[in-house]
Design a protein around this ligand. Structure first.
Ligand code: MRU
Length: 312
């Protein structure tokens, strides 16, 4: 499969796939200012923890030393630690070094995803694996290959993938819009399921492993990831199915002791009371919209990074 880079530095600007337009059309955005980048991050044109890290790093280059702009960029989304981590790594460097450091973060992500794919595929036992996943953890959430979906891709390349059950991932449908798009491009067999079917399908016995990504992993192994992950972890525990988190070392946040200390982004009600601009609830309906949840470490079978397997 040809790799389309989700985000890159091209001729002095950031180029990124506008993920809000998928699966309808593949549109590339060209971003030349930090304000444009912050808007793109907030509306999830670029999303997924590793891709947000690369966006943050390249955004510091666009900021050209403007500390106020860098601070706003760092805070554009609070849960995925990769954004703040990458901004901090590049901020403070002189311009020539900043670009080199940002490109290094991009290249490290490409290599890390290859390594996670291999390590994760090696960890799983069985030849015809049925994998359940939530949100989008593919190349669209990173630069080229993905984290959890990178493991799926490696399994598929090795002829060991039977099927992926992808959760829709309301409210913004990253699973329905993005993961199915990526799986189709890979030629990997898959079916889409509504989010609330996840735990029951695990109980019914049709899944060999749950693979998810992470936005932040606390020092004790608690995992913040897309809302719905916790329900899958509970269902997997009950069904005796391995629940495996795949994320780069940059997502492991030693400075956050437990999941309780992770800031969970709450987003607007409009995402819940409508689907792609069409109202699904009476006008004026209020909503709660946590974008992520926290899975306690005792429900996590293993965390796979580019350099190790952690068993919390
Ligand atoms: O709100 P999003 O789409 O940025 O949420 C993304 C996720 O929750 C992913 O699972 C996570 O960032 C890991 S991506 C490899």
């Amino acid at each position: 499969m040809r790799h389309v880079r989700t985000i890159d530095w091209v001729d002095g600007a950031i180029e990124m796939i506008d993920q809000t337009r998928l699966p309808d059309e593949l549109v590339t955005l060209r971003i030349t200012t930090v304000d444009e980048l912050i808007a793109a991050i907030r509306r999830l044109a670029v999303r997924g923890a590793p891709a947000l890290g690369v966006a943050g790093a390249l955004g510091v280059v666009l900021a050209r030393g403007d500390q106020e702009a860098i601070a706003r960029l760092r805070a554009a989304r609070p849960t995925a630690v990769n954004l703040a981590w990458a901004v901090d790594r590049v901020a403070g460097l002189p311009p020539a070094k900043a670009l080199r450091a940002a490109l290094r973060i991009r290249d490290d992500d490409i290599a890390a995803c290859v390594a996670m794919g291999e390590r994760g595929a090696d960890l799983l036992e069985g030849d015809r694996l049925r994998i359940m996943t939530v949100c989008n953890t593919g190349g669209l959430a990173c630069v080229e290959r993905g984290t959890a979906l990178g493991v799926v891709q490696t399994l598929h390349e090795r002829g060991r993938l039977a099927e992926v059950l992808a959760l829709e991932t309301r409210p913004l449908l990253q699973g329905a819009r993005l993961t199915t798009w990526e799986l189709a491009r890979m030629g990997a067999p898959h079916r889409l399921v509504v989010d609330s079917a996840g735990p029951y399908l695990l109980a019914r016995g049709g899944v060999d492993a749950v693979l998810i990504g992470a936005d932040r992993i606390a020092a004790n192994g608690d995992v913040a990831n897309k809302v719905g992950s916790y329900a899958l972890a509970l269902g997997a525990e009950r069904a005796g199915v391995p629940f495996i988190v795949v994320a780069p070392e940059s997502t492991v946040d030693a400075g956050t002791p437990t999941g309780e200390h992770i800031e969970i982004e709450d987003r607007g009600a409009e995402e819940v009371v409508s689907v792609r601009g069409v109202a699904t609830a009476p006008e004026g309906t209020r909503a709660a919209n946590p974008a992520f949840d926290v899975t306690p470490h005792d429900l996590v079978t293993a965390i796979v990074t580019e350099s190790r397997v952690i068993r919390p």
